[in-house]
Design a protein around this ligand. Structure first.
Ligand SMILES: NC(=O)C1=CN([C@@H]2O[C@H](COP(=O)(O)OP(=O)(O)OC[C@H]3O[C@@H](n4cnc5c(N)ncnc54)[C@H](OP(=O)(O)O)[C@@H]3O)[C@@H](O)[C@H]2O)C=CC1
Ligand SMILES: CC(C)CCC[C@@H](C)[C@H]1CC=C2C3=C(CC[C@@]21C)[C@@]1(C)CC[C@H](O)C[C@@H]1CC3
Length: 418
């Protein structure tokens, strides 16, 4: 039996009360966004146009469709991978192995969807099903988190996450107790983080584009831009899938409601908000403005990819010629911290690039509504909070060396501002 050994870990997210509030607030926000996106006024801060009854939210066919989607992605996950990567060292000094076939899953999904559409599958009908689909995803996330919580009760103490084991059931259910819950080699957290939600997001975007084409004869330039930018982002995440193995979600956070809901429901149904908005609120966009927006996205992507690749290359092999010339700070753990290049500009250059891209995804929606800028606002809050969490973890890991890094690189995300 697992013992609640993590009571020493400081409570995050406002403790049990904060966790309980977030468990209500996050699904409520997601449904609010889905409802207002296709209402006439589309007011982010206004009331929803109506409160959906159970007949709108619940549909056994939609639940089956959602489960079939999860099943398809699980089957693609189990296909032979081009590479099997090792994760970070665990408490018991072992390392888990992960298949690297996410990009392959994206391509195979695209082929299957293409075949199904040419055989008459009405993909353009998907936008009408977003509410019941989001409900099915939320329900699945709740039940799944409950099963994960129960599974952790019989997990060995070495399998538990540093947080998420406070002894308070609400907090632990939210944060997740077990670090890498698996059945045989099937890793639930790694699977959920990158597959059903991320690929589902671009599929929803595509369905919205197709419905716009049905409604108006052809997709608008704004819709093309949003689809293109977000496909690039998802394709990039799956192409560089191995990098997710060093994120705090995989190495530090347990798998509980926060990540299960975030991965399965929040990502596909709220990250597609701009495309949902555009379907119901067409925006004129000329070529000059579209070019400026493409440039903003390109700058964001350049910083995001440059920073992530520089750190990943350095972590894999510090003597790689692409990073060997960079200045570093030694730490007591034997690892080094980069203090020049992208990581000498601010302490989280990858977040800066990500935020610039977030802005580029909203700009095609014009400036008449605040709603499509929800992602920028939410993402800024998420990254500021995430940066603070990472900072605490790095301070614990690297102590004085981290303080020295903060002295030499004083800004966190935005040079000279924050
Ligand atoms: N769209 C979305 O919803 C989200 C997107 N993201 C994106 O995912 C990506 C990964 O983000 P995230 O996991 O938060 O964190 P990072 O990729 O920024 O990783 C942080 C880790 O990098 C290492 N590190 C920090 N500073 C240095 C340095 N100077 N030199 C070398 N190593 C350093 C430390 O780990 P160590 O030393 O152990 O290697 C630290 O814990 C980002 O691009 C982010 O923008 C993240 C969250 C949500
Ligand atoms: C529901 C809450 C508000 C919190 C949910 C957080 C999750 C949505 C995010 C936590 C970390 C994530 C990462 C990504 C997607 C969003 C979640 C799952 C990426 C896969 C996005 C693409 C990047 O290239 C890598 C990211 C890793 C972290």
């Amino acid at each position: 039996m697992a013992s609640p050994q993590g009571s020493r870990a400081p409570l995050e997210f406002g403790g049990p009360l904060g966790a309980a509030a977030l468990m209500l607030l996050l699904p409520a926000t997601m449904f609010h966004l889905l409802l207002v996106a296709h209402s006439g006024p589309a007011r982010l801060l206004g009331p929803p146009p109506y409160l959906p009854g159970p007949e709108v939210l619940w549909s056994p066919q939609t639940l089956l469709l959602w489960l079939a989607w999860l099943g398809l992605q699980a089957a693609l996950y189990l296909l032979p991978a081009r590479k099997v990567a090792e994760g970070q060292e665990l408490k018991d000094k072992s390392r888990l192995r992960y298949p690297i076939n996410g990009f392959q899953a994206l391509v195979l999904t695209a082929l299957l969807v293409g075949l199904a559409v040419s055989a008459g599958l009405p993909l353009g009908a998907l936008p009408e099903m977003l509410l019941p689909l989001a409900f099915a995803a939320t329900l699945t996330a709740f039940i799944f988190s409950l099963l994960l919580y129960l599974k952790a009760l019989v997990a060995p103490a070495s399998a538990l996450a540093p947080g998420g084991n406070s002894g308070n059931p609400i907090y632990d259910f939210f944060l997740g107790r077990e670090l890498n819950p698996r059945i045989w080699s099937f890793d639930f957290k790694y699977f959920c983080e990158l597959r059903p939600g991320l690929i589902g997001w671009v599929l929803i975007n595509l369905a919205l584009l197709m419905q716009e084409a049905e409604l108006r004869g052809s997709p608008s330039l704004a819709m093309w831009l949003v689809n293109g930018f977000q496909l690039l982002y998802v394709g990039d995440a799956l192409w560089y899938e191995e990098a997710v193995l060093t994120t705090m979600d995989i190495t530090h956070d347990g798998f509980g409601f926060m990540l299960a809901f975030g991965d399965l429901a929040w990502v596909p149904f709220t990250y597609s908000l701009q495309a949902q908005f555009l379907l119901h609120h067409p925006q004129p966009l000329g070529l000059p403005m579209a070019s400026v927006i493409c440039l903003i996205n390109a700058v964001g992507y350049y910083i995001f990819r440059g920073a992530n690749s520089q750190k990943n290359t350095f972590r894999k092999n510090p003597s790689d010629p692409r990073v060997a010339g960079l200045e570093t700070i030694p730490t007591a753990t034997g690892r080094q911290l980069l203090v020049s290049g992208w990581w000498g500009m601010v302490r989280h250059p990858n977040y800066l690039g990500d935020l610039i891209m977030a802005l580029a995804w909203s700009l095609p929606c014009g400036v008449s509504h605040l709603l499509p800028y929800f992602y920028v606002l939410y993402f800024t809050a998420l990254l500021v909070h995430r940066e603070a969490r990472d900072e605490q973890q790095c301070l614990r890991k690297y102590g004085l060396a981290w303080r020295e890094y903060c002295r030499r690189v004083p800004y966190r995300i935005l040079p000279y501002v924050y």
